[in-house]
Design a protein around this ligand. Structure first.
Ligand code: MN
Length: 277
């Protein structure tokens, strides 16, 4: 508990610029200077984009998955104040863009809303797009999950299917599963040599599925690295990056329940967070 309090205090102090990196610490009764390197050995802090209904929160599954992979999750509440986002990006070492509502098609990619469009939250869209663009510009690792993956595509110039059932007649697979979150119901085929392939070590796996939107036109500078059997995009990654990528399924659903088959995804995030710091 002491360590957690110290960590939070240190993070807050660094964020506010109130201490320099030559912090002092007591060792065997004497005061020694802690080096910058020593200070950097703290655990990596993983920012998690929040949704806001009656609370600024992220599902516990993301929190548990990040902890299991050795990271410290910190929920980032919605803000569209650029200075606040800059401040939080000084503190976190990586960002997870979480799942949630549909993305506004008109503002996001210039399409009129179809009748089957679900709930949209304009302020969350604006925040998420600012957060992901600023995090990528800063060189931070970013993992987008479900809405987070779609958001990543939209933020960098791609488009979405607003509603798979009404827009993709060739899609025959149930992408809105009625099954436990740690149970895979449909197969994805993974591109060899992709980030996803490298982390999972397989070219095909059953994933969970809770979406009615999906990536349509891939954003410039990104590529598709996994498809479902009916051709729906299930993973994307930034071409010139080893740590900016998005998944249409929910690996945190498995990892949080103790299923290690998807743990590599979060381990990779935490490792890259350490490297890029
Ligand atoms: Mn799916």
């Amino acid at each position: 508990m002491k360590r957690v309090i110290f960590l939070l205090a240190a993070v807050a102090a660094i964020a506010m610029g109130t201490i320099d990196m030559q912090a002092h610490k007591k060792v065997k009764g004497s005061v020694e200077k802690a080096t910058v390197a020593e200070n950097c050995e703290r655990m990596p802090i993983i920012g998690v984009s929040a949704s806001e209904t009656d609370a600024a929160s992220a599902p516990i599954t993301y929190v548990r998955a990040i902890k299991r992979a050795g990271g410290v999750p910190v929920v980032i509440p919605i803000t569209t104040d650029k200075a606040q986002i800059e401040a939080v990006l000084e503190v976190v070492d990586a960002v997870v863009m979480t799942g949630g509502e549909d993305i506004d098609p008109l503002k996001g990619y210039g399409e009129e809303p179809l009748r089957a469009l679900g709930e949209i939250v304009p302020e969350r869209d604006e925040f998420d797009i600012m957060l992901i663009r600023m995090a990528v510009a800063k060189g931070l690792p970013v993992l987008g999950i479900c809405r987070g993956e779609q958001l990543m595509n939209v933020a960098f110039g791609g488009t979405l299917y607003q509603d798979i059932p009404s827009q993709v007649p060739t899609s025959y697979i149930k992408h809105s599963q009625k099954a436990p979150r740690n149970y895979g119901t449909h197969t994805i085929d993974i591109e060899e040599g992709s980030l996803l392939h490298n982390q999972l070590g397989v070219k095909s796996i059953a994933v969970n599925s809770y979406h009615h939107q999906a990536v349509k036109d891939i954003a410039p500078g990104f590529k598709v690295t996994a498809y479902s059997k009916d051709g729906i995009v299930e993973a994307i990654e930034k071409i010139d990056s080893d740590c900016v990528w998005g998944l249409q399924f929910h690996p945190e659903g498995f990892v949080s329940m103790g299923d290690d088959s998807f743990l590599g995804i979060f381990r990779h995030l935490v490792e890259k967070a350490k490297e890029k710091r």
